[in-house]
Design a protein around this ligand. Structure first.
Ligand SMILES: NC(=O)c1ccc[n+]([C@@H]2O[C@H](COP(=O)([O-])OP(=O)(O)OC[C@H]3O[C@@H](n4cnc5c(N)ncnc54)[C@H](OP(=O)(O)O)[C@@H]3O)[C@@H](O)[C@H]2O)c1
Length: 270
């Protein structure tokens, strides 16, 4: 069997990337080979995963077959990278390795996988519901066909952007870290509703629908954020009272600083 795609680490994010491609038959299930670490994950995927892919635990004597694939998706946790050893079975230095590991630079990948042309992708958790954002930075020697193949891996589950690697840290801060900031805002606003006497469940439902509605309004009517702010802020009214408190507490500055801190940490890792 000649596999087209090898997936090293078939966890949450890899499944989110690969499943829509298999669903749409853009790649056949017998063209994909996946590796996991544990016997337990292997058995779970064999039993419950909806596509009949070839999957092996790393301890299997078939595991080395992944290294024959022309394209590999590396989707383990960054701290598991030290357990991976490149096997150059076909002495093919034209193979592509796409890493989605947070904070692992292209130069680190090239040192670890010297026989591969390396690609670094940063994606975010909404990819698990096919609403992700993915930025890709290319290593050397990658041609247009190869770029298209890699972009197509992500296109069914996310919007795809191409950036020089230096921008991946800010992209990660804005798109991968910020879902946690949004979750925190939802939680805090819901606590405000709770404090006003609503149940936690209802408060959270109202906040989520308010955020969804606001975002749709911003996107659909193409108004700016300041237009929207002005639309709901009347002189001496409730909204300006709320905004004044946020200015006093420096919320804007706190959010900017949060993005700067996440960017800095990402740079330190890579
Ligand atoms: N979670 C996020 O929000 C997010 C967003 C964007 C990008 N990422 C990046 O995506 C990557 C994967 O994250 P995830 O959430 O999908 O992790 P995950 O669910 O823990 O999946 C990791 C996978 O790697 C396998 N694995 C571990 N060691 C291995 C080895 N030596 N050989 C082969 N397979 C091995 C694991 O197998 P077992 O199950 O058997 O241990 C598991 O299938 C991370 O590097 C992260 O930085 C994550």
């Amino acid at each position: 069997m000649s596999y087209k795609l090898g997936v090293i680490g078939f966890g949450n994010i890899a499944k989110a990337i690969i499943t829509p491609i298999l669903d749409q038959k853009l790649i056949k299930s017998n063209e994909v080979i996946c590796l996991v670490n544990s016997q337990k994950s292997f058995e779970n995927i064999k039993k419950f995963y909806k596509h009949n892919i070839d999957i092996f635990p790393v301890s299997s004597d078939k595991a080395h077959l992944v290294w024959n694939c022309p394209t590999k998706l590396l989707s383990i946790k960054p701290q598991q990278l030290e357990n991976i050893e490149e096997i150059n079975t076909k002495k093919n230095t034209d193979n592509i390795l796409v890493s989605i590991l947070a904070g692992i630079s292209i130069s680190k990948l090239e040192k670890k996988f010297p026989n591969h042309k390396c690609v670094r992708a940063v994606t975010n958790i909404p990819i698990t519901i096919r609403n992700g954002l993915t930025a890709i930075s290319w290593g050397d020697r990658i041609n247009e066909d190869e770029k298209n193949f890699v972009k197509n891996l992500f296109k069914n589950s996310s919007k795809v952007f191409e950036f020089p690697e230096e921008y991946l840290d800010i992209f990660l801060a804005l798109t991968s870290s910020s879902p946690a900031i949004i979750a925190l805002i939802v939680e805090a606003l819901s606590d405000g509703g709770l404090n006003g006497g609503l149940s936690k469940k209802l408060s959270e439902e109202l906040v989520l629908d308010m955020i969804l509605g606001t975002i749709l309004l911003l996107k659909d009517s193409k108004i700016t954020t300041s237009d929207l702010k002005n639309m709901v802020t009347s002189p001496g009214g409730t909204t300006i009272s709320a905004l004044r408190v946020l200015e006093e507490k420096s919320l804007r500055s706190a959010l900017i600083e949060a993005i700067i801190a996440a960017t800095k940490k990402s740079k330190e890792f890579s």
